[in-house]
Design a protein around this ligand. Structure first.
Ligand code: 3PG
Ligand code: MG
Length: 417
């Protein structure tokens, strides 16, 4: 993919507005919020340094979480500004507004090399609507636009797509790196190529799985996304978290999962004809409990002929079970290329962390070329002390999945050469 890259002439002494992805996990400490996982911030630092070297004035903008188009200070970017100031020692000012006269004044007051971080773009409903007037206001703050938010490029939002109509627009340094690595994975990955897909943003993932199975030999499913596939296979999921349909488009993620399950019933071979497998694998057992805080857990067998029918119908599936974990780990051991996105259970709780931990360890020990991605996946490997054991760690989750699925990404389309 040929992207528009900037030269130092493009940025020297200019005001540059940069779309970053500072959608990072926060934790409340006392009365204030602090950043708990910083890779996405780290990823943006080389570009910021480069711009500062060229005496640019820098306006950073991002979303954080999914506030509903209105101000909700639990999703404020101020903790990120504090992190940039204190931990990264950068000359950053935080703007409690995203657009408007005050913001314009703050930008005009920036000296060479100084940085202004704007408040959460998603406090304005116009951001997600890709609104032209909103994009124009953001564009009005700067001379050029750089997109450094690969992990948000699957969103056609104002700060990602519409803004490029109003400013010369370029690809950021980290964005280019992500595209390079993921492209490498798509062009002739060494086989067997095993994908592991878990996590909770189900709708995004069901759609991506629909395409990913074409480039992988086998896709192992876990976490929230597996529930949709289990239900589509006609397996009881009790009170487990599901995303049945999109409220607006009425698109059914259950039907879509069902279609994929049917298409994939044909048996495929993982390695030299030795292991016949369905291409999409769902858990054959799960760890269940009434809720994710409960310590009262039970293993439920799901594979046909040995299904357990628990008395308690108020159960949620919160991790893959021991037989699934063993099966997945065995398959990963044989893989030569692995892509992993999304935890397989509620790994933040020790009683539901086993599946994710075992899979992470199997990938780390596999000797395969391993690509892992997504905010929660990164948090999981950090928690297990496995950081540094993978070939490439992408800070993109859903975006990496869409890229691998070969979908046109709105954010990339507009900065292509
Ligand atoms: C992500 O975390 O995947 C990106 O920041 C995009 O966030 P979103 O899924 O809320 O659009
Ligand atoms: Mg995501």
């Amino acid at each position: 993919m040929n992207l528009k890259t900037f030269s130092s002439d493009d940025v020297t002494n200019k005001t540059v507005i940069v779309r970053v992805d500072y959608n990072v996990p926060l934790k409340k400490r006392g009365k204030s919020w602090v950043v708990v996982e910083t890779q996405r911030i780290q990823d943006s630092l080389p570009l910021i340094e480069e711009l500062r070297k060229n005496k640019a004035r820098i306006v950073l903008m991002s979303h954080l979480g999914r506030p509903k188009g209105e101000i909700n200070l639990d999703f404020s970017l101020e903790p990120v500004a504090n992190y940039l100031k204190k931990q990264c020692r950068l000359p950053v000012t935080f703007s409690s507004k995203t657009i408007g006269e005050d913001v314009k004044k703050s930008v005009d007051g920036l000296k060479d090399g100084e940085i202004l971080l704007l408040e959460n773009l998603r406090f304005h409903s116009e951001e997600k609507k890709n609104d032209a007037a909103f994009a124009k206001q953001l564009a009005g703050l700067a001379d050029i636009y750089i997109n450094e938010a690969f992990s948000a490029c699957h969103r056609a939002h104002a700060s990602i797509e519409a803004i490029t109509k109003y400013l010369p627009s370029f690809a950021g340094l980290h964005l280019q790196k992500e595209v390079e690595h993921l492209s490498k994975l798509m062009t002739e990955p060494v086989q067997p190529f095993v994908m592991v897909i878990g996590g909770a943003k189900i709708s995004d993932k069901v759609e991506a799985v629909g395409n990913l199975h074409k480039i992988a030999n086998v896709v192992l499913l876990g976490g929230g996304v597996a529930n949709n596939f289990l239900k589509a296979e006609g397996i009881e999921t009790h009170k487990s978290y599901l995303e049945e349909a999109d409220k607006d488009s009425k698109k059914s993620y259950l039907d879509l999962a069902g279609k994929l399950v049917t298409e994939n019933r044909t048996e495929k071979i993982l390695k030299d004809g030795y292991i016949p497998l369905p291409k999409l694998m769902t858990p054959i057992d799960v760890v269940a409990a009434p809720n994710k805080d409960s310590k009262k857990t039970q293993v439920i067998n799901l594979s046909s002929g040995m299904e357990d029918t628990p008395d308690d119908k108020d159960l949620m599936y919160l991790d893959i079970g021991p037989r699934t974990t063993k099966l997945y780990a065995d398959l990963l051991e044989q893989a030569r290329t692995i892509f992993w996105n999304g935890p397989l259970g509620v790994f933040e709780k020790s009683q539901f962390a086993h599946g994710t931990h075992a899979v992470a360890r199997a990938i780390a020990n596999s000797g395969a070329e391993s690509f892992i991605g997504g905010g929660d996946t990164i948090a999981a490997i950090n928690q297990f002390g496995l950081a540094g054991r993978f070939s490439y760690v992408s800070s993109a989750g859903g975006a990496a999945l869409e890229f691998l699925a070969g979908k046109k990404m709105p954010g990339l389309e507009v900065i292509k050469k």
